[in-house]
Ligand binder design. Structure first.
Ligand SMILES: [Zn+2]
Length: 340
């Protein structure tokens, strides 16, 4: 057992002399491993007479605990010494504030969405969510979009199954149908979310972008209510009253349908944002088509409504002066950190 005692002593001495944590980790593996004193002791057991096996096993256990304790003690000593060295160094200033944790920030689209949700809920609107993978029936049929309408073309729509019954929603308008199914009139609801189009991507086109659908159904709703709501929305986003105008527009799910333009919030006599026209095309809107109300189980003889489809990505770009839509979903920190 003299040989074993030597091994034990050497192991303890080496642990106590370890200069840094790395060396200590190496030593720990070595002395507690197969070829260390504990490993050897255990390996010797099968060759021993039965009566001394138990004692040798206990001895190995005791030694293992002894070595582990020595390693722990040495580790604490090394760490304490390192901390002490740092504290007593010339560059240590205990009065400096602790380093701040890195904080993320809200995406500009999230910000604009939340502001609009606040604004609309303050006027009694519901905020609804809808599926991004949508039934063709909701994306097109229930919105009075004819079978032969070019918007159904596979060039524009991502289809999820060979039959084309499931699509990635191409607009948030299916939210109108789902709102009519969930809520009984009178009601008002917005549906913000992602939409998808099979588009060639460039500075002003993205395959994935954000919209916000709005639908108000009540008795005697008029275009005046629509204009009033849109002006409130613009005041919320740009912080000032903005003139709007309606031009006739054709969308199958509204009748009459309009394109709503807003007076350019950035200039008075023309700029690059408004292409020198002082007007910005903002959103399609209109009075809900009776067929759409019927598809949602609402009697168009009793109820009327207005609807609008706001381009959230576009509005966010206008609000922050972003000139390339691809930046929005790029995940590029150089872009995102500007909104921290
Ligand atoms: Zn302008």
């Amino acid at each position: 057992m003299q040989e074993f005692d030597d091994l034990r002593r050497t192991a303890l001495e080496r642990v106590t002399a370890a200069a840094d944590l790395e060396e200590l980790r190496e030593l720990e593996r070595e002395v507690l491993g197969k070829d260390g004193p504990v490993g050897r002791l255990l390996a010797s057991i099968p060759a021993l007479p039965p009566e001394s096996r138990r004692e040798t096993g206990q001895r190995a256990n005791t030694l293992k605990r002894e070595l582990e304790a020595a390693v722990l003690e040495r580790r604490n000593a090394i760490e304490e010494a390192a901390l002490e060295a740092e504290r007593s160094g010339g560059s240590f200033d205990p009065t400096l504030p602790a380093p701040k944790p890195r904080r993320g920030s809200l995406h500009p689209i999230t910000r604009v969405t939340r502001e609009l949700e606040d604004l609309f809920t303050s006027m009694g609107w519901h905020v609804l969510d809808g599926p991004e993978v949508e039934l063709e029936r909701y994306n097109f049929d229930a919105l009075n979009i004819p079978r032969d309408h070019p918007a159904r073309d596979t060039m524009d729509t991502f289809r999820c199954d060979p039959e084309g019954k499931l699509v990635l929603r191409t607009h948030t308008s299916p939210g109108q149908v789902r709102a009519m199914e969930r809520l009984r009139p009178p009601f008002r609801a917005i549906v913000p979310g992602k939409v998808f189009r099979n588009e060639t991507v460039d500075a002003s086109h993205e395959h994935t972008f954000h919209q916000m659908e709005g639908l108000c159904v009540d008795r005697d709703v008029s275009v005046g209510h629509l204009i009033g709501t849109m002006k409130t929305l613009l005041r919320g986003i740009f912080g000032k009253d903005i003139e709007v105008r309606l031009r006739p527009g054709y969308f199958p799910f509204v009748e009459p349908g309009f394109e709503l333009d807003a007076r350019c919030p950035f200039c008075t006599s023309g700029c690059s944002v408004c292409k020198q026209s002082t007007w910005i095309e903002l959103l399609p809107c209109g009075m809900v088509h009776p067929n759409v109300l019927r598809a949602g189980g609402i009697d168009p003889e009793q109820w009327t409504g207005f609807a609008f489809g706001l381009g959230l990505s576009r509005l966010t770009m206008l609000r922050y002066g972003i000139d390339d839509v691809r930046l929005l979903l790029s995940g590029d920190l150089r872009f995102l950190e500007q909104f921290a």
